[in-house]
Design a protein around this ligand. Structure first.
Ligand code: SAH
Length: 469
């Protein structure tokens, strides 16, 4: 009796058992798409995330993994195909993880991104209208930067991309979303490294020489930077490698060795050696020139960055008397493209090289009313608030993790009429917007998603928060 009771209790305390098992197959209709591009089906109420499945499609699901609260699956057979499916896509692209939304038509991708922004604001109970996503006419070959892992496969130095959700390199020459000139350069450099028998990095044993090839190409300038990220301090036969690269790739103006001796997934190390040429490349955005060093953040889709900055500046409704803060200023791109329209801009950025680049970029463009501070945006802004600084507009362009409470408090204390929030992560955007709303701000106008990253799951958007009268 007693034992039975205990058993009941124990069963109650045990977590509910999943209603499916691995390798089980069943028919289902895809009802939703997750932020990371997986289709959602349900077995009873139990959600299963299925790769390469589009909402509306009827499929036979094969369960590949089960956890307590959800499972993963694959499409065993597609019974009914959605009109939102991009039927032309090469299976290799989908496997690679380069373009996790490429199984959707571009139209459907843009709608998916709009919906995602609307959903996260709903979750935070912040009422907004989200405008349709502004997309690209040609949503391929847009990336101005590539970081390509180098590994040995079948005894040969190979470049490619990690398979979706893994660290297994899949050899690749066409990366679809990168500037095709960058794709060509990577093959050329791979062949040069092969010619001189340079050892590829061996992740498991932390041996070998070249870990990553980074290439950046100015969209307008066509200046190219090559960075060879090495585990070893020494790059054998470097003079030959440099000569061959210069001969084969006339656009190259800078060849850099970056040393990363750590056992880490972080791509770049701290030490840069200029092997040949300049220490930065130049490119233009909205008519201003920017020098971009190897470690500095620079937007990866220049054509859409111009749309993004233009949208942000228009929504800010800038006036010649405005004092502006540009928080998370990187190499100063936002500050310097709006400087002509305002009284003054004050940027703040945490990466020292980026701040140096920003100052150099101000000089390069003869801009005198933009200043850049080095430090944590939250700390600098608290300090400025305490000093009584009263900006009219604050631009915020944080990394994916968004803002801190300290930053929001400092911004509110300074009391700007407008906060223009440029976000690369809707979840943290909506969370942070709610913090501003709590403190007397409201979202005005539409939230505007702008597709900086076609074929991928990244969502960029501009939101304006205004101080209530
Ligand atoms: N506005 C720039 C950069 C945006 S990316 C542009 O459009 O190009 C975000 C930037 O925030 C990066 O340059 C990163 O180095 C910087 N950053 C990250 N955390 C920070 C912090 N706590 N304080 C200031 N800057 C930070």
């Amino acid at each position: 009796m007693l034992a039975g009771c205990r058993k009941d209790q124990k069963e109650k305390m045990m977590k509910k058992k999943a209603p499916v098992v691995k390798n089980q197959e069943f028919e289902a209709t895809v009802i939703d798409l997750t932020y990371d591009g997986n289709g959602v089906v349900k077995f009873d109420d139990f959600p299963i995330f299925v790769t390469n499945a589009v909402p509306g499609e009827k499929i036979i699901v094969g369960v590949t993994k089960v956890t307590t609260n959800y499972g993963f699956g694959r499409v065993v057979k597609r019974l009914v195909e959605s009109a939102d499916r991009n039927a032309d896509i090469d299976a290799k692209v989908l496997q690679s993880g380069v373009a996790p939304l490429a199984h959707l038509t571009y139209e459907a991708q843009l709608k998916h991104k709009q919906k995602q922004v609307a959903d996260v604001f709903n979750k935070q109970h912040v009422a907004v209208n989200v405008a349709p996503t502004v997309g690209m006419d040609d949503p391929w070959g847009y990336r101005n930067k590539a970081q390509i892992p180098v590994r040995e496969i079948n005894g040969e130095l190979t470049t490619g991309f990690y398979r979706r959700g893994s660290h297994r390199l899949q050899p690749m020459e066409d990366f679809y979303i990168q500037d095709p000139e960058i794709d060509k350069a990577i093959v050329v450099i791979r062949d040069i490294l092969r010619k001189y028998h340079v050892a590829a990095y061996d992740e498991q044993n932390h041996k070998g020489v070249v870990r990553t090839i980074m290439v950046r190409r100015g969209h307008y300038s066509h200046e190219m930077m090559i960075v060879l990220v090495t585990r070893a301090k020494r790059l054998p036969t470097s003079e030959f490698i440099i000569n061959d690269i210069r001969e084969a790739l006339p656009e190259v103006v800078s060849i850099i060795q970056n040393v990363n001796q750590e056992k880490t997934n972080v791509i770049m190390g701290d030490q840069n050696k200029v092997l040949w040429g300049e220490k930065a490349i130049k490119d233009t955005l909205l008519g201003k020139t920017f020098a971009i060093g190897p470690n500095s953040f620079y937007q990866v889709n220049p054509a859409m960055t111009e749309v993004l900055y233009q949208t942000a500046a228009d929504k800010a409704d800038l006036k010649p008397t405005d004092v502006v803060i540009d928080a998370y200023s990187g190499i100063g791109t936002i500050s310097l493209t709006i400087a002509d329209r305002v009284e003054s801009v004050l940027g703040v950025e945490i990466v020292p090289e980026a701040v140096d680049d920003a100052k150099r970029n101000a000089d390069l463009n003869g801009i005198k009313n933009a200043k850049f501070a080095l430090g944590k945006a939250e700390e600098k802004m608290s300090q400025w608030a305490a000093e009584g600084l009263k900006p009219d507009v604050i631009f915020l362009d944080p990394p994916r993790k968004g803002l801190t409470q300290e930053l929001v408090d400092a911004a509110v204390e300074m009391g700007p009429q407008k906060v223009v929030y440029i976000s690369c992560n809707p979840a943290t955007l909506a969370r942070d917007a709610a913090l501003f709303v709590e403190q007397g701000y409201e979202v005005t106008g539409d939230v505007q998603p702008i597709d900086q990253f076609p074929q991928t799951t990244h969502v960029e958007s501009v939101t304006v928060l205004e101080r209530k009268a």
